[in-house]
Ligand binder design. Structure first.
Ligand code: PHB
Length: 364
């Protein structure tokens, strides 16, 4: 088996090591939802990671759920992201953009004409979102999507996939995790539809299948990854049969020959029960392609996950946020900068582009 520090290939992509940047919401976009002027620097500082996955980026004005998250659906956004991909490529990095629709995890104040958030069913999540001056607020009551809403949203995925291509990304990651729109269709706690998009998992999977087919009309399967959180409870998620639900999902996904499958194995600050851990491990065994693990990994368990063959790469969130040279630091086994939670969401350079590298720290 290879080590964490060795190259890998998945789909059409070759990467120099197996230390990836996890998608991280940073809420620093411009008012037109194009990425911040500092985003090229932020991402390219981390270009020594094998693959960078961008922060979740909404596919349409209807897909937004938090203040100042970037989009990937218009020319200004494409131009802003092109500066990011150029900066990362100039340093020899690879970068995928994460395509996001929040579904019911939104608030009318963020949405076009104050409309209700879209969701499979009109079930309000016990969850909150950040809207700006008013701070954290309860998410709004969603509207159950009509067939027209579904068709329009699937077309929005295609448009966003095209925009991502124009912006120079190496590929796209479909965000199907963490209680956002696609996950809301998959899990039965949030999908109580009685039409062809609800009921048995064969029907609940239909929305994701249609999204995948649309994105695959733009990108090669080897350039498309997907992120799932089969044991996730964040954003009020529940499913009565998680193992069988996600076994079906993983088996169906196998047939698409995607670039990779990426699991949120645990959320920061949470720990899986034994039962949840067993679900994750059973699902990883079912997957036949390249697997990216995420959640609670540090040097030691990341190295052993790769050497044992449990994972093909590890996505690091908070530690890569706070250590732009994380691959080097892990390999040297030196101390890491601590992430500053107060600068995660919103603001400027502080806590974004000003974390020192190991070399800068030694020189200081
Ligand atoms: C968040 O903004 O809190 C957030 C966004 C995307 C995720 C998870 C959390 O997948």
């Amino acid at each position: 088996m290879p080590t964490l520090y060795e190259p890998a290939q998945f789909g059409k992509i070759e990467v120099k090591n197996r230390i990836f940047l996890a998608p991280l919401t940073r809420n620093r976009s411009k008012p037109d939802f194009s990425p911040s002027d500092l985003a090229p620097e932020y991402y390219s500082q981390r270009a020594s990671g094998g693959l960078l996955i961008t922060e979740a980026s909404q596919i349409s004005p209807e897909g937004i759920g938090y203040i100042n998250t970037p989009g990937i659906y218009n020319e200004a956004q494409v131009a802003g992201w092109k500066k990011v991909t150029d900066a990362v490529h100039a340093k020899g990095g690879k970068i995928f953009i994460q395509l996001w629709h929040v579904g019911r995890i939104s608030h009318t104040s963020l949405l076009p004409n104050g409309q209700a958030p879209l969701a499979p069913s009109a079930l309000r999540a016990k969850s909150q979102t950040f809207v700006g001056d008013a701070g954290m607020v309860d998410v709004s009551e969603p509207k159950a999507m009509s067939l027209e809403d579904i068709a329009r949203t699937i077309a929005d995925y295609k448009h966003a996939a095209e925009c991502a291509k124009k912006a120079g990304f190496d590929g796209v990651e479909i965000h199907a995790a963490n209680g956002y729109l696609i996950d809301q269709f998959l899990m039965d706690g949030s999908n109580q539809r009685t039409d062809q998009y609800g009921g048995p998992i064969e029907n609940r999977f239909r929305f994701l299948r249609e999204v995948l087919n649309m994105v695959l009309s733009v990108w090669d399967a080897g350039e498309v990854g997907i992120r799932l959180s089969p044991t996730g409870k964040f954003n009020d998620m529940s499913d009565t049969k998680r193992l069988s639900t996600f076994s079906y999902v993983v088996e169906q996904l196998n047939a698409f020959n995607l670039a990779y499958l990426h699991f949120v194995e645990t959320f920061p600050g949470m720990q899986n029960t034994d039962e949840e851990q067993n679900i994750i491990e059973a699902l990883i065994k079912k997957w036949t392609g390249f697997y990216i693990a995420n959640g609670g990994y540090e040097k030691e368990n990341a190295e052993s996950a790769i050497i044992s063959g449990k994972a093909d790469a590890i996505a690091f969130g908070r530690s890569f946020l706070a250590n732009p040279d994380l691959p080097k630091r892990l390999e040297l086994g030196v101390a890491l900068n601590d992430p500053d939670q107060s600068t995660f969401y919103g603001g400027g350079a502080e806590g974004y582009t000003d974390y020192p590298t190991w070399d800068q720290k030694k020189a200081a």
